[in-house]
Design a protein around this ligand. Structure first.
Ligand code: VGL
Ligand code: ZN
Length: 287
């Protein structure tokens, strides 16, 4: 006979990271529809609003929702227009990119991080997401969640603010020179499961998901709520994520998925409690 309460036994805490759903990636200077894969970033808005951010569900299952924003100064090292003023590493760049004037949009070059005198790879992009401009704003159609129910926190995380190093991941700058503090935030809420979607799948979403997994969170990529830059890199990113143990799921499976992991956790806790109880019973009643 089961004579204990299994309500609220699951302590699993979930976070939702909505990566860079910003004007510039949808209809601005780095609109994905003009990138090689020709995907449209706007397609993910109804999926996020209607499937992932359903009021009744997200306020029962998520502890924190983080909206990340690419947020660059005008002088940022990733902008092709700034390349002649960049810390271009003349030794490391291959022959056809030997000088800044050879470089085109989407080329990868090597730049130097002056503070540490370290060379790092950098893809050159059109100017985008300049801090405090329209291009860096979240798309106005994207629903903004409120801190109600289980949602203890709704955060807006600006990244890529350092002129001299890019920041694809929501956790770290590129090359892990600087942390964004997101891990500490998630850990302060005892998060175990991280659900991720947004733009661009093969750049910021990818690096965020890989770092999330590396930090030990159970990591879920909501693939139909992402769009990317380059078809080859999108496929490569999906293979790498899946090989790294990241689960690739669809938006309409998120809550089914969360409630399965919660009830799995409840069953495990129930069995543990049951063993504890029978041990106690044995000790006190069955002598
Ligand atoms: C991103 C290119 C440059 C992204 C950011 O959010 O995926 N892509 N900066
Ligand atoms: Zn950027």
């Amino acid at each position: 006979m089961v004579f204990f309460n299994i309500m609220n036994v699951s302590n699993i805490k979930n976070a939702l990271l909505l990566v860079d759903v910003q004007n510039d990636f949808i209809s601005g200077s780095l609109a994905l529809k003009n990138c090689p894969a020709k995907e449209d970033g706007a397609d993910i808005i109804p999926i996020i609003n209607d499937e992932i951010l359903q009021d009744q569900l997200c306020s029962q299952f998520f502890s924190i929702i983080v909206y990340t924003q690419d947020w660059h100064p005008k002088s940022h090292c990733s902008f092709i227009d700034n390349i002649e003023h960049s810390h271009f590493d003349y030794q490391s760049n291959i022959v056809h990119l030997a000088k800044p004037t050879d470089v085109k949009v989407f080329d990868q070059v090597y730049l130097k991080y002056p503070l540490l005198n370290i060379t790092y790879p950098q893809i050159m992009w059109p100017k985008h997401c300049i801090d405090n401009t329209w291009g860096a704003e979240l798309c106005k159609d994207l629903k903004i969640a409120k801190p109600t129910g289980t949602i203890k926190d709704v955060q807006f995380l600006h990244k890529g603010c350092d002129r001299d190093i890019d920041c694809y991941s929501a956790f770290w700058s590129n090359e892990k020179f600087v942390s964004t503090g997101l891990k500490e935030k998630l850990d302060s809420l005892s998060i175990q499961n991280v659900y991720i979607c947004g733009l661009a799948l093969d750049i910021c979403v990818y690096h965020t998901a890989m770092d999330s997994k590396d930090f030990g969170y159970n990591t879920y990529l909501i693939v139909d709520a992402c769009r990317g830059v380059d078809t080859f890199k999108i496929n490569e990113a999906l293979v790498n994520m899946s090989d790294n143990g990241i689960s690739i799921i669809q938006a309409n499976q998120v809550y089914e998925h969360i409630s399965n992991t919660q009830s799995q956790d409840k069953i495990t806790n129930t069995q543990l409690k049951s063993q504890d109880k029978s041990r106690i019973r044995y000790k006190f009643f069955d002598r």
